[in-house]
Design a protein around this ligand. Sequence first.
Ligand SMILES: [Zn+2]
Length: 88
Amino acid sequence: MMRARTPSIHHRMMDREITVAREICFCGWVGELEDREPVYAGDGEWGLGCPMCGHLDRLEAWSEAARGRTLAEAAQRRESTVNATLDT
Ligand SMILES: [Zn+2]
């Protein structure tokens, strides 16, 4: 029954680790997962494509919640990138 006392801070740290995770693609591209491009993979599934080689990671190992959050963040970053490009 000692396991019931899981500190909630542990959960927050896990979230943070996912958010700042660095991705290394086999093509040599290194960056944050959210800097990859959201790509529709079909069947209602989305993945993140490498901006350099287009390699698609469907994030199959991820939970649905973590995947949704990452995809949303990636889409948001792309939007702000596009806006910044248009402004200049
Ligand atoms: Zn790549």
